[in-house]
Write a protein that binds this ligand. Structure first.
Ligand SMILES: Nc1ncnc2c1ncn2[C@@H]1O[C@H](COP(=O)(O)OP(=O)(O)OP(=O)(O)O)[C@@H](O)[C@H]1O
Ligand SMILES: [Mg+2]
Length: 467
């Protein structure tokens, strides 16, 4: 595992490349060596079986082998027929394993011949004697006399030439494989470096991207297909980072902007109050007005904290079964006074239950309802409808009043966004309500949307029943 995670790809490819080619060369060398060896064996066998045939033929000519003269005749005949075959050894034993004939070198041992006598005919036997190897054949051959027991005949050839050849062949093979491994290693290294050049190119490109240049993208067309997907994913990551970065910097400038006005108001008010002595009632009035401003700021700060938590998925939901109609009715009670002031009619139809955080959900629905009440024209109706299916539940909150212009619909869920900031009194809203509602809905794996046409504005929340 650590080999794969830490080793450089160039090194890894070089190693694998030279290992693979050495393996192939080695296998090839071994195949060649074994077929050469086989060829030698076949050659030897041809000579050996020829000689064995010759001995059989010579023996066939004789009848009884009783007198020493018979033996001498055979020996002479065999000697004659073996003239010119110096590396060939022949030994002939009678039924009591007594040597009847042996070539002059006498390198074969009687024991090893006797041991091998029951081997399959045509199957070579390898004998080792005094650091020398012999390949031989052993056979029981009949004499010309059927009453006579068979004789044991061994023919063998010294393998020294073959062994010397094979040794030098193997030496050459190892040297060749070693050199080839080094050479293919070098080749592999250069091929890997060349092949990985696009990675270096990508690295150079990414080096140029800093927090202030998040709009830069990697050139997907300039890298091979295999890296194209990676470059594409990196580009997508950059897009996400850029958006998050923009949001973050926008958020901090928004905060500064939003806090500057109330703080400067408080400052001015305080300076004016201090500019001359005032009565206790006047001080009380000023402090009350300041307290209102402080409350507004405290609310805004709490809202921002909640949003920051939601963004980092730190909001912990206390899930329980929530009856939506009951919640909506509770909210109607809460907003009753304001609604009555504008002579609004609040209605709810349908119902259903979801598993959710009751307080959070109440806050989200409360934000939508307070917006609807604030923006509804007097003497109109605010209709809440709850539709449940097997999987999810949808809550629509509709009001009649000034619609939200089409171009702003997508932005109303942004923090601090107000359709017309100048139209609203500052203490009315911070522009965080819908952002908070959206983050609560998202935390519950739901979705929120808004439509506005004619004089009708509808906010819809869709929540999964369980999650
Ligand atoms: N039902 C609605 N009809 C018309 N406009 C709406 C409606 N709901 C929201 N808006 C517009 O969307 C803007 C954003 O609403 P949001 O609730 O986020 O902020 P807010 O109500 O101004 O402040 P807060 O909710 O923090 O007190 C509002 O300023 C308003 O212009
Ligand atoms: Mg609001």
């Amino acid at each position: 595992m650590s080999f794969y995670s830490n080793t450089s790809i160039t090194r890894r490819l070089t190693l694998l490349f030279s290992l693979a080619s050495s393996g192939v060369l080695l296998a090839l060398g071994l195949v060649i060596a074994s077929s050469v060896e086989k060829h030698f064996e076949e050659q030897d066998m041809e000579v050996l079986s020829g000689k064995m045939e010759l001995v059989r033929h010579t023996l066939g000519k004789f009848g009884k082998l009783k007198s020493p003269a018979d033996l001498e005749n055979i020996t002479a005949l065999l000697d004659n027929s073996l003239i010119g075959h110096h590396s060939l050894e022949v030994m002939m034993l009678d039924s009591s394993n007594k040597v009847l004939f042996a070539t002059s070198t006498g390198s074969l041992s009687i024991d090893s011949i006797v041991d091998s006598v029951n081997r399959k005919p045509d199957h070579p036997v390898i004998w080792k004697r005094a650091d020398q190897s012999y390949r031989g054949l052993v056979a029981k051959l009949p004499t010309g006399d059927a009453d006579q027991p068979d004789l044991t005949v061994a023919v063998a050839m010294d393998m020294v030439h073959h062994e010397v050849f094979m040794q030098s062949f193997q030496q050459t093979l190892w040297v060749f494989v070693g050199c080839a491994a080094v050479l293919t290693g070098l080749l592999g290294w250069s091929v890997a470096r060349h092949g990985l050049a696009p990675l270096h190119f990508m690295r150079e490109q990414t080096k140029e991207i800093t927090a202030h240049q998040l709009d830069q993208r990697l050139n997907v067309g300039a890298v091979p297909i295999e890296l194209g997907e990676l470059a594409q994913s990196l580009n997508e990551m950059l897009t996400r980072l850029e958006e998050a970065f923009k949001r973050l910097s926008g958020f901090s400038s928004d905060i500064a902007h939003e806090l500057r006005t109330p703080v400067s108001n408080l400052m001015t008010q305080t300076h004016v109050a201090l500019s001359r002595p005032r009565s206790a009632d006047e001080y009380r009035g000023i402090l009350e007005s300041n307290a209102e401003e402080f409350e507004h700021m405290a609310r805004m700060i709490a809202d921002m904290l909640l949003l920051a938590k939601a963004e980092n998925e730190l909001v912990i939901l206390n899930r329980e079964k929530v009856n939506l109609a009951t919640e909506i009715l509770a909210l109607f009670d809460y907003y009753e006074a304001v609604a009555e002031e504008k002579e609004l009619q609040l209605t709810v139809e349908g119902g259903g239950e979801v598993v959710a955080d009751r307080l959070m959900l109440r806050r989200a629905l409360g934000n939508l309802l307070s917006n609807a009440i604030r923006h509804a024209s007097s003497k109109t109706a605010i209709q809440v409808s709850i539709q449940a299916t097997q999987q999810d539940i949808t809550i629509h909150i509709a009001n009649k009043g000034d619609p939200i212009p089409e171009e702003f619909l997508a932005r109303i869920f942004d923090r601090f966004f107000r359709v017309d900031p100048s139209r609203q009194h500052r203490t009315e809203g911070t522009g965080l309500g819908l952002a908070i509602t959206k983050s609560i809905v998202t935390a519950h794996r739901g979705t929120i949307s808004a439509t506005s046409s004619g004089d009708q504005t509808v906010f819809s929340i869709q929540l999964p029943i369980t999650h």
